[in-house]
Design a protein around this ligand. Structure first.
Ligand code: 9PG
Length: 431
């Protein structure tokens, strides 16, 4: 139930910053209307299944800034504790005024500028430890799910031969049959432990991808443990997805066991993907609400992995993750497997720019991988944005396939480790 909480006069230059729910959600400065989902799966995977979207106006998840554009102060609306509950906050323009409404408690603060309104927000959340960013080689945008241990080792050797400044060799999706199959290693991938050993022996950190908060509906875990499941979480890997109840002792034991095993094998970097699955609606074992349950699950992973393990959130509810992840994906994928030629444009561009104020304050921003082989036509445009607004520096190519231009650019990208000093200001994109 939405209740009107405020009414502001506005001018022609009205602009509103709406924070999206998770890494892949649209976020930024808007004038009148939010982006709408294309279909039900996208609704579940980029929006909140339990939060209908308004017919008109914009909807922010937990953080809205209204710059009235008439010289009046900028107003920021936030939620009191985003680790417990994230209210949706709506803003609708009616001629010369804007009506703000919310479906939960909201704190209203005024600021002199839009930049100040965003940049002072992290102060509300208490001290947050921000580690140094890492440079990453990632398998995904070259190998997708057809990855083998041999591919990883080939690139490990290339990194040494080309003397690239890579901290982490990260095995993305493809190494496992999936969490729903109890995260067993895929036979097509080959030996995981030996690969991790080789990465570490080469003096790099071993990183691995995991989607720990959801499973396929038609998988052994879902069949064996119907009481571990919450509700629908979209669709991927050719199957409907369902969220896990992170307050259930069985789920907690399963996840802690898995993280323990990976860390004991020498993994010290976890890309935690599809995390929104932990916060879908549904009944939970201990009666928790979705956001609090999600936070409990992420805390469990942090506790189990230890402070030395670098955690990257991806597909992750943003505000409920603060303080538990080292880096956060702040954008959509560089490209999807069926659109490698770049025809979908720079999908990550708008959110990477709009969320640049979060870098060094809430976490290290991860703009996603650059891809520098000649076959990706937007390689330079995307690298320009990632260089300017990034934080984490990752690339995803078969190194042997890079041309000289691509290799030089990768080398330059990794050579200058970005500082964790906060970026200077929000660079919103206006339609
Ligand atoms: C591995 C990939 C990569 C990538 C992640 C994530 O909406 N979707 O269907 C959807 C599918 C995949 C996806 C994002 C959205 O990519 O962002 O970097 O790790 O998983 O499967």
């Amino acid at each position: 139930m939405f209740t009107a909480i405020d009414e502001l006069r506005c001018g022609d230059d009205l602009r509103m910053y709406a924070e999206g729910w998770q890494s892949w959600s649209e976020t930024g400065w808007m004038r009148e209307a939010s982006v709408q989902p294309l279909d039900d799966a996208e609704y579940k995977m980029r929006f909140r299944p339990d939060k209908p979207l308004p017919d008109s106006g914009i909807q922010a998840e937990g953080l809205l800034v209204v710059d009235p554009g008439n010289g009046d102060p900028v107003i920021r609306y936030t939620v009191p504790d985003p680790c417990q509950e994230v209210a949706s906050i709506r803003a609708v323009r009616h001629g010369d005024h804007v009506v703000v409404s919310a479906d939960g408690p909201v704190v209203r603060t005024s600021a002199a500028t839009a930049q100040e309104a965003l940049e002072s927000y992290p102060d509300l959340l208490g001290p947050i430890h921000i580690p140094e960013p890492l440079n990453v080689w990632c398998s995904w945008y070259r190998y997708f799910e057809d990855l083998t241990a041999k591919d990883v080792l080939e690139n490990l050797d290339s990194i040494a031969r080309e003397d690239l400044n890579v901290d982490v060799v990260q095995i993305d999706d493809g190494w496992t049959l999936g969490l729903g199959h109890y995260a067993v290693v895929s036979p097509e991938f080959g030996p995981l432990d030996a690969t991790i050993d080789r990465i570490r022996a080469a003096g790099r950190r071993a990183g691995i991808w995991l989607a720990p908060f959801l499973v396929g509906r038609d998988t052994p875990v879902a069949h064996d443990h119907p009481d571990w499941l919450t509700s629908a979480a979209g669709r991927n890997w050719g199957t409907d997805l369902v969220g896990l109840d992170l307050t259930h002792p069985g789920v907690q034991e399963f996840l802690a066991g898995l993280i323990n095993r990976l860390v004991a094998h020498g993994v010290s970097y976890l890309k935690l993907d599809f995390l929104y699955g932990g916060a879908v609606p549904g009944q939970r074992y201990d009666g928790s609400q979705p956001v609090a349950a999600y936070r409990r699950g992420l805390e469990l992973i942090r506790e189990t992995a230890g402070d030395e393990t670098f955690l990257v959130g991806c597909g992750a509810p943003l505000l409920p993750s603060v303080g538990l992840v080292d880096a956060m994906r702040v954008s959509r994928d560089t490209f999807h497997e069926d659109a490698r030629s770049g025809e979908t444009g720079l999908r990550g561009g708008p959110a990477v720019r709009s969320r640049s104020w979060q870098h060094g304050r809430l976490w290290i921003n991860d703009p996603d991988c650059i891809v520098m082989r000649p076959g990706y036509p937007l390689r330079h445009e995307w690298a320009d944005i990632a260089t300017r607004h990034g934080g984490m520096r990752s690339f995803s190519d078969r190194i042997g396939e890079l041309d000289q231009i691509g290799l030089d650019r990768v080398r330059a990208y990794l050579a200058h480790r970005p500082t964790t000093m906060p970026f200077t200001g929000p660079e919103g994109t206006l339609p």
